[in-house]
Design a protein around this ligand. Structure first.
Ligand SMILES: CCCCCCCCCC(=O)SCCNC(=O)CCNC(=O)[C@H](O)C(C)(C)COP(=O)(O)OP(=O)(O)OC[C@H]1O[C@@H](n2cnc3c(N)ncnc32)[C@H](O)[C@@H]1OP(=O)(O)O
Ligand SMILES: Cc1cc2nc3c(=O)[nH]c(=O)nc-3n(C[C@H](O)[C@H](O)[C@H](O)COP(=O)(O)OP(=O)(O)OC[C@H]3O[C@@H](n4cnc5c(N)ncnc54)[C@H](O)[C@@H]3O)c2cc1C
Length: 563
């Protein structure tokens, strides 16, 4: 150490006055890491967490398994300047003993609602020294002379680039949620096709899937599987293109634009996919009646395992704001400043080039036959996004005119405006991509019919949640518009009902993986359920407490009050 003790402590003292954020593994958190970080002249960093509130918790694998952590910390240079969040590799455990390294307090946070196959940990640091090389330096570095250097002029841009790693997780979670959706719907549709209940006469009982209500509850989610499956794969391919650009050190404007668009898309695709799955799993649980509540049938586990997809890698409600910020930047840059519109590299903004024309449109469909096509919800969605974009922008301006700060104006414009805007934008993008796919000549003709129906159903059903805004902005007028959307949804559900089991067979994993007696591919729900129940541990045995209870049983009346 080139600092003498005195000067080192002086620096520590000055640091004490600051509250810094250190994020372990990934950036964010509920509990802040109040940490001090010094650059040592021997080019070591020193990390400290002043108290338990500074503990970073929830880190996947850190509780029991991981030996090294990626820590996001505020980087301070010896001149006292803070350069913002940077990623550091820190060894937290000895790989031979799995015991904590000196100065590191690391442990497991305990049982969670789900995902207990993975340990989540906490960590605190006390004077932990790490070499200068442990700073991952793609967005900022320290020279051998101890100077901070970065290729980014704007600290916010450097911060954004540093958070770019989170996009990959969000793209991944979008797909993970689709998998959960597939599992739950496979179980519920197979069960509903086999489970008979009531009927038109005393003698005849019909499968519950024959009921319009059951179809309306489940088949739109089946359509959502196909739409979101295609969309999430296409997003993953976009993400790969972006990663290849990063690896090839592509510094072009296009590469930077792809990064921003992926960020906007993934911050909304994760909410769309995880919320769709979460709502679907609950619907499936109820659609399977009491058996849906039996642990062995798996729906409870799927619900609990999908649940954190709504929270980790950024809470859905929080990251949706990143998407609406992106869209609002577009409107300010290209619309109100009078510049001509540009096309976004991944195409999700291209339709905004016709912003004014789209806004002047109204719903023109008059008969159900025309409404059974995905081009109908697609047009409506384009109008919806343009309208919500305009209204969100105006709402923020209005808040500012009332004297609100930028921070307050944004916060007060989320509900009914920016939040809905981000959701409508991602639903439109998912629908547009699936629509293009189902109309592509490379798709075999024999499959196109059913895929187009699924696409139309997904579009109409998603759109039906925005009916109030469609009337509010004048796209819909009169009750006929809603009637057409509703009757088309029911017609498509009924048309797809006979294909539902075959469609499930194309997406369900093997019975071994699905692991649900009522969801098995053979449809023998009662045989499978009966067999699983009888094989249950202790199913036919007396309760474990019986012996204790009967050998030490109080006499009847002996516990009665003596007075
Ligand atoms: C394979 C799948 C595996 C799944 C397992 C998952 C396990 C889960 C693990 C975790 O949960 S790890 C922890 C994950 N933590 C988070 O996701 C943190 C969520 N919070 C945030 O990302 C930030 O708080 C947030 C960006 C939402 C808001 O931060 P700020 O309000 O300080 O930032 P701001 O909005 O001012 O953004 C600064 C700039 O960075 C940009 N930016 C932010 N994130 C970016 C990103 N990811 N890519 C590109 N740009 C990004 C942003 O657009 C903006 O650009 P502009 O200045 O040009 O407007
Ligand atoms: C199973 C699991 C695994 C995880 N694994 C990891 C991991 O490996 N590494 C890691 O670093 N983290 C991990 N996390 C933590 C996770 O990333 C965070 O929980 C997540 O980012 C949400 O942050 P938070 O918990 O601080 O929520 P908070 O930000 O405290 O949010 C609480 C509530 O407040 C609302 N809210 C917050 N800010 C706003 C706002 N600006 N406007 C409106 N509403 C707002 C949110 O919508 C939310 O409903 C994990 C979490 C879970 C559940």
């Amino acid at each position: 150490c080139l600092f003498d003790k005195h000067s080192f402590h002086d620096k520590r003292k000055r640091r004490k006055e600051r509250t810094d954020f250190v994020k372990c593994n990934k950036e964010d958190e509920l509990s802040l890491f109040k940490t001090k970080l010094d650059l040592h002249v021997h080019y070591e960093f020193i990390i400290n967490s002043p108290d338990h509130e500074a503990a970073k918790i929830w880190i996947g694998n850190l509780g029991k398994t991981a030996t090294h952590a990626l820590v996001y910390a505020q980087l301070y240079t010896p001149d006292g300047v803070c350069h913002g969040l940077h990623p550091f590799i820190v060894q937290v455990k000895d790989p031979k003993t799995l015991l904590a390294m000196p100065g590191v307090m690391v442990g497991d946070i305990g049982k969670k609602l789900g995902q207990n196959g993975l340990d989540n940990g906490f960590v605190l640091f006390c004077d932990v020294r790490i070499p200068r090389e442990n700073l991952l330096n793609s967005t900022g570095d320290i020279t051998p002379e101890g100077l901070y250097v970065t290729p980014y002029k704007d600290p916010n841009k450097r911060f954004g680039a540093s958070l770019g790693a989170l996009s990959g997780g969000r793209v991944g979670i979008t797909r993970m949620s689709v998998i959960n959706l597939k599992l739950a719907i496979s179980i519920a549709i197979r069960y509903s096709a086999a489970r008979k209940q009531f009927g038109p006469s005393e003698e005849e009982e019909i499968p519950v899937l024959e009921y319009q209500l059951q179809q309306w509850r489940l088949i739109p989610y089946l359509a959502a599987i196909f739409a979101l499956d295609y969309f999430s794969k296409s997003l993953f391919i976009n993400f790969l293109e972006f990663q290849i650009g990063l690896m090839m050190k592509d510094n072009s404007d296009r590469q930077a634009e792809i990064g921003r668009e992926i960020h906007a898309l993934s911050c909304a695709s994760k909410p769309l996919s995880s919320w769709t799955a979460q709502q679907a799993v609950q619907e499936c649980r109820e659609a399977c009646g009491g058996h849906g509540y039996l642990t062995m049938n798996r729906i409870g586990d799927i619900r609990n395992d999908n649940d954190p997809n709504c929270t980790y890698e950024g809470d859905n409600n929080v990251i949706l704001q990143q998407t609406s910020n992106y869209l609002l930047t577009w409107i300010m840059l290209y619309l109100f400043s009078g510049k001509s519109t540009n096309e976004s590299p991944l195409g999700s903004l291209n339709f905004l080039g016709d912003f004014h024309t789209i806004l002047s449109k109204v719903f023109e469909v008059t008969v159900e036959d025309e409404c059974l096509d995905s081009s109908v919800p697609l047009l409506a969605y384009k109008w919806l996004v343009c309208y919500l974009l305009q209204e969100s922008y105006l709402k923020i301006q209005q808040e500012k005119q009332m004297g609100k700060s930028d921070f307050e104006a944004k916060n007060n414009s989320q509900v009914y405006y920016c939040h809905t805007l981000a959701i409508a934008y991602i639903e439109l993008t998912a629908l547009q991509r699936f629509h293009d796919f189902t109309h592509d000549s490379s798709v075999p003709h024999g499959l196109q019919t059913v895929l187009k129906k699924l696409c139309a159903l997904y579009g109409l059903w998603s759109l039906s949640k925005h009916i109030a805004v469609l009337y509010q902005g004048g796209y819909f007028c009169g009750k006929k518009c809603t009637e057409l959307i509703q009757s088309s949804i029911l017609t498509l559900c009924s048309q797809l009902k006979n294909d539902a089991v075959s469609l499930v067979d194309t997406i369900a994993p093997s019975d071994f993986i699905l692991n649900s007696p009522i969801g098995k591919g053979d449809g023998e729900i009662y045989k499978n359920l009966w067999s699983a129940i009888l094989q249950g541990k202790g199913a036919l045995e007396r309760p474990s407490w019986w012996m204790t209870f009967s050998s030490d049983k109080p006499l009847v009346g002996s516990l009665r009050g003596k007075l």
